[in-house]
Write a protein that binds this ligand. Structure first.
Ligand code: GTP
Ligand code: MG
Length: 595
């Protein structure tokens, strides 16, 4: 089978991208029989001048008849390979496609109009390519006919744009003077530019080198979903996704991030096909695991035998902003990496660069078309790679108000306040000795899902009264429930914790670990702690799966941005509060609800 390569064609508006592709298709005889003549005739009939770019539109219309073009993709082949050329219809669409990875290109043709010269988007697109790691670039100086095929004009542009590329560390593979309209140096060598002795466009395409397959990088698969087999008595679950990089084999030990849970691949599955014992980058695949572990969409699968992804809530990134509204600090955005979605805020804007002039400065907001170096702070930990290590999981997209508004690459993983505890948890999960009873079996047996009801708020003895009343109510209902006050740990489990700066966090860590064990046993655990703040909660969220935690704030409104699920005013009747808590956990499916 012939090698396949994706090429993206970029450049300022009207500089001739579509014309060059149309010409390439026509001159290489890649068009369907009679197409060229039909389009020419149609133009003549309507007395409008023929354009090679029309060929693309004409082919688009015929898509239904199985012609090799769709949306912005043009298929054609040389003796060496099959090409897919991506020609996005407009500037913003192009950027959006590039950022989201919808357009995955291995090399780029960048078109500059010889007559109009280097324009804003010539630079912007060049910068963008370098940011996205597309470093095989050939620059086509087009419309040479308009400058009378003048060598000096060409060389001036080569110098000007070459210097720009150098300043962003890009070394183009070649510059080619062409005329898409007249056909010079596209496929045919013509007499107009005897001073040019390099290869033509077709030649530069074939000169691009094929990237190594991603199979030899570490295995990464963002989990798209976990699906149940539907057969009788079949309790297996398929963990499904598309493999971003690397290879997975039956028997491999897999670890999921950010949770750090691990298991072994039992079988590999694909839809309606037998894929054998191994699956690799680019494949949509699924696997079943030897032991049932609780994981869900958004986790990143890796192998214990290879390099592992980063897990944190802070990252230094380069971001390209496309949103109609500027990106601001202190505003929530959604960050998507692989299949995970996390709420993020901009913690710090380190630099803002105008991608067309490369002028850089410090700004308060990031405006459309700006490239910025910023620190993003995530509301919960995410798993990712650095773009320099594994490109596909080192990219992200920012969604603002349901619209893809930006994207970029992750340059550095930064520590946060929970890093120390997260490292312990990852190690704990790695070493965890799994029982033969799964959490599903326990839930079936006890008729409830494990949960942590965390009651906090200002100091007030009634908090404990409420907690004990909740325990009692659930107990009488027949639930498997236990009340644990923070103080109960202090003189036993925590007896060795020295007073000092880190005492509170160590107490909380032990509380979290205790909760983790009790929840693993299938219990509904009711805990009271005074004055929990958002850092404390983040720490508990690190130790215990946040999906299993219900937070109840008892008393006056919290002063910091403490998120809670239920708020109970101190003057509320205990009985009523108990009822509300019970109703909430019924609604969450933790205990059975008859309605
Ligand atoms: P967008 O898709 O709108 O960004 O434009 P584009 O880059 O695809 O440009 P397109 O191919 O549509 O060409 C724009 C105009 O430039 C058309 O009128 C073309 O006929 C003209 N043009 C393209 N190539 C050449 C060329 O080599 N010489 C001359 N004289 N005109 C050209
Ligand atoms: Mg076009």
């Amino acid at each position: 089978m012939k090698e396949k390569m994706n090429i993206v064609i970029v450049g300022h508006v009207d500089h001739g991208k579509s014309t060059i592709i149309g010409r390439l298709l026509a001159d290489t005889g890649s068009l369907p029989e009679g197409k060229l003549e039909a389009v020419k005739e149609n133009c003549a009939r309507n007395s409008k001048p023929f354009e090679y770019a029309f060929l693309l539109d004409a082919l688009k219309e015929e898509q239904a008849q199985g012609i090799t073009i769709d949306a912005a993709r043009v298929f054609f082949h040389t003796e060496k390979r099959n090409y897919i050329i991506l020609d996005a219809p407009g500037h913003i669409e192009f950027l959006r496609n590039m950022i989201t990875g919808a357009a995955k290109a291995e090399a780029a043709l960048l078109v500059i109009d010889a007559h109009e010269g280097v324009q804003e988007n010539s630079r912007r697109h060049g910068y963008m390519l370098s940011m996205l790691g597309i470093n095989q670039i050939v620059v086509l100086i087009n419309k040479m006919d308009l400058v009378k095929y003048d060598q000096k004009s060409y060389e001036n542009l080569v110098k000007e744009y070459g210097d720009f590329l150098k300043s962003i560390n890009v070394e183009p593979q070649a510059f080619v003077p062409v005329s898409g309209m007249q056909g010079d140096n596209i496929f045919n060598q013509m007499e107009n530019m005897p001073w040019y002795t390099g290869t033509n466009v077709l030649g530069v395409l074939d000169d691009f080198t094929k990237k190594k397959p991603l199979n030899n990088q570490a295995f990464r698969m963002p989990v798209q979903g976990v699906y149940k087999f539907t057969g009788m008595g079949d309790s297996r679950r398929i963990v499904a996704g598309t493999i971003d990089s690397g290879t997975v084999n039956v028997g491999d030990e897999i670890i999921f991030y950010p949770s750090g849970k691990k298991s072994k691949v039992k079988t590999l599955e694909a839809f309606n096909e037998d894929i054998g014992d191994s699956a690799s980058a680019g494949m949509a695949a699924g696997f079943t695991l030897e032991e049932q572990i609780y994981i869900s969409r958004g986790e990143l699968a890796a192998k214990t035998s290879e390099s592992i992804p980063k897990v944190t809530t802070r990252a230094l990134v380069s971001l390209f902003w496309l949103g109609s509204k500027p990106m601001e600090k202190n505003k929530d955005y959604v960050m998507k990496i692989g299949s995970s979605r996390t709420t993020v805020v901009v913690e710090e804007i380190k630099a803002v660069i105008d991608a067309s002039t490369l002028a850089s400065g410090v700004k308060e907001n990031i405006e459309r078309h700006d490239v910025a170096e910023i620190i993003l702070k995530m509301k919960k930990p995410a798993a990712f790679d650095l773009v320099a290590e594994i490109a596909s999981t080192g990219r992200f997209v920012i969604v603002d108000n349901y619209e893809i508004s930006g994207g970029g690459i992750i340059r550095e993983s930064l520590p946060d306040k929970q890093t120390w505890a997260r490292d312990i948890v990852l190690q704990r999960n790695f070493e965890w000795e799994k029982s033969r009873i799964t959490c599903t079996q326990r839930a079936e047996k006890y008729n409830q899902k494990a949960a942590l009801l965390l009651i906090t708020g200002p100091e007030n003895p009634n908090k404990k009264v409420l907690a004990k009343a909740v325990e009692e109510k659930l107990f009488i209902d027949g639930k498997f429930v236990y009340y644990l006050g923070f103080e109960s740990l202090l003189f036993g489990l925590d007896a060795d914790v020295q007073n000092g700066e880190n005492a509170r966090r160590e107490h909380l860590r032990r509380l979290g670990e205790t909760a983790h064990i009790l929840l693993d046993s299938g219990l509904i655990l009711v805990i009271t702690v005074d004055q929990f703040n958002s850092d404390d909660l983040a720490l508990i969220n690190t130790m215990v799966n946040p999906d299993f935690i219900e937070t109840i704030w008892y008393g006056d409104d919290p002063t910091d941005d403490h998120p809670f699920d239920i708020h109970i005013a101190s003057e509320e009747e205990i009985e009523n509060s108990v009822y509300r808590i019970k109703e909430t956990i019924q609604r969450r499916g933790i205990i059975y609800s008859p309605w």
